[in-house]
Design a protein around this ligand. Structure first.
Ligand SMILES: [Zn+2]
Ligand SMILES: [Zn+2]
Ligand SMILES: [Zn+2]
Ligand SMILES: [Zn+2]
Ligand SMILES: [Zn+2]
Ligand SMILES: [Zn+2]
Ligand SMILES: [Zn+2]
Ligand SMILES: [Zn+2]
Length: 200
């Protein structure tokens, strides 16, 4: 093996940066450059380690709803942070040919704007709610309706973040908790430290 005093200069596995280690045997080290990326629809920024996938892109999807005002001027984009233009408002008369629950086709609608309420049918709404078991969310039980679904009347399991205690509570109570922002804590003292890492 002949070694020289020059930099290796080979393209690293990230395909974006060249190796600046002095002439070395074996494979080049993986790239350790940090790439700054901005999300598509918001001002969020992140830094990621350079790799084949991330090296050439300065954008990413932060996963939050896009939220830009749609061309209708009334509704905001519900898609998660995305590339390219937002879709047309799905509630515009030309884009919506069903009742409010979406189960019944209603071709001849009297609506003139996306703000007009949708026609309703005789079936039950059955939209999935945020409560209930993760793999079997509760469904809205009232008849086809406009607007957001009313609070669930069933019960869910509240699990303490210590994982050791559970209780059954009304879904209305359960949905006030959020595993990250507002976790449910049982009355008994958990041994887990609080988010700050200093207190119990
Ligand atoms: Zn790189
Ligand atoms: Zn190298
Ligand atoms: Zn975003
Ligand atoms: Zn609209
Ligand atoms: Zn959008
Ligand atoms: Zn319906
Ligand atoms: Zn529920
Ligand atoms: Zn509903």
């Amino acid at each position: 093996m002949i070694k020289c005093e020059n930099k290796c200069g080979k393209l690293k596995s990230c395909q974006h940066h060249t190796c600046d280690v002095i002439c070395h045997p074996r494979e080049c080290e993986p790239c350790d450059e940090l790439i700054k990326q901005k999300c598509y629809s918001h001002e969020s920024e992140r830094e990621v380690l350079c790799s084949v996938e991330t090296g050439g892109t300065q954008v990413f999807s932060c996963g939050e709803p896009c939220g830009k005002l749609l061309s209708c001027g009334h509704h905001r984009c519900p898609k998660s942070c995305h590339n390219g233009p937002c879709l047309d408002c799905l509630l515009l008369p030309q884009n919506c040919k069903t009742c409010a629950c979406g189960k019944t086709n209603m071709d001849s609608q009297q609506r003139t704007s996306c703000l007009d309420p949708l026609p309703t049918c005789e079936k039950s709404c059955e939209k999935f709610l945020s409560c209930g078991p993760i793999d079997n969310h509760h469904q809205c039980s009232i008849k086809c309706h406009n607007g957001p679904c009313p609070p669930c009347t069933k019960e869910s399991i509240l699990q303490c973040r210590c994982g050791q205690s559970k209780k059954s509570a009304s879904c209305i109570e359960v949905i006030q908790y959020d595993p990250i922002k507002n976790p449910f804590c049982c009355e008994r003292r958990c041994n887990k430290k609080k988010l700050c890492g200093k207190h119990r």
